[in-house]
Design a protein around this ligand. Structure first.
Ligand code: SF4
Length: 382
């Protein structure tokens, strides 16, 4: 059973006001020390269950802004992963990048280092929206970055969009979709803007400095996104994700399917399936504390939880329901040894009756209405 590897790079040039990731604005960072710590952590985990003897099927460099790192550092981590665990020949190796931090030399270096998929945070092509979101790049820089990525040999290119930004209209969202598809990515992620606690936007909202769009406008934008991106050749396969057929993000599918993954780096989370349940743990969030912990004891766990059977069943349902095709009743039974209906019948029946869930050819998935109210549906299964 191969596993997915997530590598967290926690620095950014500046902090976007909506971002609640473990990212720290910095003009310099201890790249050599941090890279060494990542490799030490991987070496330690590669020797222990459930990772020892298993190969890596996907790697995802996320952050933060991994494209701030030198391709040599990224290459050293990929080489170490191959030496310590072995990487599948057809592995998907993704690097998140900010369009304002790349040039053709850096992109060619990343490709030569073994990265075969780039994910740019485009977010919007409207200058006012980019400014509101605190992005450090312009729309033209995104266009240039996508062109340079193709030129560097990246056939696999994801572009992220954000919609439901205060001041945006459905026409603005359609313009962003037209702009993003013109760059010929093979994958598009489109996220509804959220105002998470701890972010600058959350404070601005509380103080009345900004206002969320009304719910019906947000729903209209999500509907426009769900209709227009597939119409342009990218079927929807997850609540926020669209891809040319066969180009779905394999790394993220690991999360949605509740499979085993290893996260290394500051604040990274890991999950290991153990029989019907599993174990989840997470690392020290602050980069300095992470590095110190690894130097002292080769691990940097800040917390852990055991996932019992009941929790694993709930997580399986609400994670898989994010996927457009949901999950097969037979797969649920194969994994947990019990029927979905026996465990969740009382919860699922009203959702089915109210047209939020449906069952077709042995698969359970959200209806169009269910997609719009996905958070409420998921909450029923928690
Ligand atoms: S660039 Fe990405 S990770 Fe960094 S602050 Fe902005 S949204 Fe967060």
């Amino acid at each position: 059973m191969s596993f997915s590897l997530y590598v967290h790079i926690p620095w950014c040039q500046s902090k976007c006001p909506y971002c609640d990731f473990n990212s720290h604005a910095a003009s310099s960072w201890p790249e050599a020390e941090y890279t060494k710590a990542l490799i030490s952590e991987l070496a330690h985990r590669a020797d222990s269950a459930p990772y020892s003897g298993e190969r890596i099927k996907t790697i995802f460099f996320g952050g933060g802004t991994p494209s701030l790192f030198d391709p040599k550092s990224i290459g050293a981590i990929i080489d170490a992963a191959n030496r310590l665990c072995g990487i599948d020949d057809d592995a998907e190796i993704t690097l998140e990048a900010n369009p304002g931090t790349v040039d053709s030399t850096k992109l060619a270096g990343m490709r030569a280092a073994g990265v075969n998929r780039i994910s740019f945070g485009a977010q919007s092509f409207n200058p006012a929206t980019l400014k509101f979101l605190g992005r450090i790049h312009s729309a033209d820089e995104t266009r240039a970055a996508a062109k340079m990525a193709h030129g560097a040999g990246f056939d696999r290119l994801n572009l992220d969009l954000i919609f439901a930004v205060p001041g945006q209209t459905v026409a603005d969202v359609l313009f962003d979709i037209e702009s993003v598809t013109a760059l010929e990515p093979d994958h598009i992620s489109a996220y509804n803007l959220t105002f998470e606690e701890g972010t600058a936007f959350f404070m601005d909202l509380k103080r009345g400095k900004i206002k969320q769009l009304p719910t019906d406008e947000q729903a209209a934008m999500y509907q426009a996104v769900r209709e227009e991106i597939p119409r342009r050749g990218y079927p929807m396969y997850e609540i926020s994700n669209y891809a040319a057929v066969g180009h779905e993000a394999r790394h993220n599918l690991t999360y949605w399917r509740g499979e085993t993954y290893l996260g290394i780096g500051a604040g990274a989370h890991s999950f290991a399936r153990v029989e019907d349940g599993g174990r989840r743990w997470w690392n020290e969030k602050l980069p300095a504390r992470y590095i110190a912990a690894i130097q002292e004891q080769s691990i940097a766990e800040a917390g852990a939880e055991t996932i019992d059977d009941a929790t694993a069943q709930s997580e399986y349902v609400f994670l898989n329901l994010r996927l457009r095709t949901g999950f097969a009743l037979a797969d649920f039974h194969a994994r947990f040894g019990r029927n979905f209906e026996c465990i969740f019948g009382a919860i699922a029946t009203p959702l089915l009756n109210n047209g939020l869930l449906t069952v077709d050819r042995g698969r359970v998935f959200l209806t169009d209405r269910g997609l719009e109210m996905a958070d409420s549906v998921f909450a029923e299964f928690v």
